[in-house]
Write a protein that binds this ligand. Structure first.
Ligand code: ATR
Length: 280
């Protein structure tokens, strides 16, 4: 029988997940279908229990539901999702349990590995201290990166650094304001932009200019709309290696796919599908 998968969010109409997962299902000959559902936070529990009752194969959660999901009694978060404070993937276990995961950090890690970045011991500057920064920082700190978080609102950076330090690396992480970025970049191996700078419609803004970047740096922008952000153009002008947010998007989806199905996902096809959808 056909199995249904889905993403819950609000708004969710522009999600690239249906195209990505349906392409993967069809390439593997699976009789599965993935659909986007508009769900409001106050209806999330009912929607998840309904999906479980109807035999859904798995779910993704997106804005504004990722944090709300952690508060629901029906979901058991895995330890990483609990630390991050957000769930983006729901698995309906054979035992009847509903488990919540966060694959965003793993998606970022795989995007860096694909660009041949050595994570352990590398000096990473994370710009931004929102939900995405949280997921990425918890993952990469656990993998042994030396991370400094910089954020417009300095207290948020300090708070995130403190949370990750307390959970993973006592006293190791630092948080700072944006004014420290220039100096930090000189010593850094990787810059990850998790702020909304450069995202449509603010396409002419970037967290750093070519002059502040250098050719030994890998610059990873999690923004994928537009595909090539101003930051990535600045990075190229500085001779830095660049990593697009699309790659993270695909790998966070691929991780979810594997959690649901136990099958290795066709990552290259998923990339191609997402790129085509973004260019359409
Ligand atoms: P997400 O959960 O997707 O990471 P978020 O929680 O809204 O999104 O975080 C957005 C990030 O972009 C924050 O770090 C925000 O900085 P503040 O904490 O100071 O708000 C950052 N950001 C947004 N607009 C910015 C701007 N114009 N300049 C610098 N940083 C900006």
């Amino acid at each position: 029988m056909k199995r249904v998968f889905g993403v819950f969010g609000d708004p969710v109409g522009h999600s690239l997940s249906p195209a990505m997962h349906n392409a993967a299902f069809s390439a593997l000959g699976l009789d599965y279908v993935y659909h986007a559902f508009r769900v409001k936070p106050e209806k999330l529990e009912k929607a998840i229990l309904g999906a479980e009752a109807m035999g859904f194969g798995g779910l993704n959660l997106t804005v504004p539901l990722k944090e709300a999901a952690l508060k629901l009694d029906c979901i058991k978060p895995d330890p990483l999702a609990e630390r991050i404070g957000a769930i983006n993937t729901v698995v309906f276990e054979k035992t009847g349990e509903i488990t919540g995961y966060n694959t965003d950090g793993l998606g970022a890690k795989k995007a860096l590995l694909e660009a041949a970045v050595e994570i352990k011991g590398s000096k990473i500057v994370v710009a931004g201290a929102g939900g995405a920064a949280r997921a990425i920082t918890f993952q990469l700190a656990a993998d042994g990166a030396e991370i400094t978080i910089v954020n417009r609102t300095e207290e948020r950076a300090i708070e995130l650094a403190r949370d990750v330090s307390a959970a993973i690396l006592p006293g190791k992480l630092k948080g700072a304001g944006l004014s420290g970025l220039k100096d930090l970049l000189r010593e850094a191996d990787v810059l990850i932009n998790t702020t909304t700078l450069g995202m449509h419609p603010n396409i002419d803004t970037a967290i750093a200019t070519a002059k502040e970047l250098h050719s030994d740096l890998t610059v990873f922008d999690i923004v994928y709309n537009p595909l090539e952000t101003k930051l990535l153009r600045e990075a190229k002008a500085a001779g830095a290696k660049t990593v697009s947010g699309v790659i993270m998007l695909v790998y966070q989806g691929a991780e979810a796919f594997e959690l649901w199905t136990g099958i290795e996902p066709p990552v290259e096809l998923m990339k191609k599908t997402v790129l085509e959808a973004l260019q359409a």
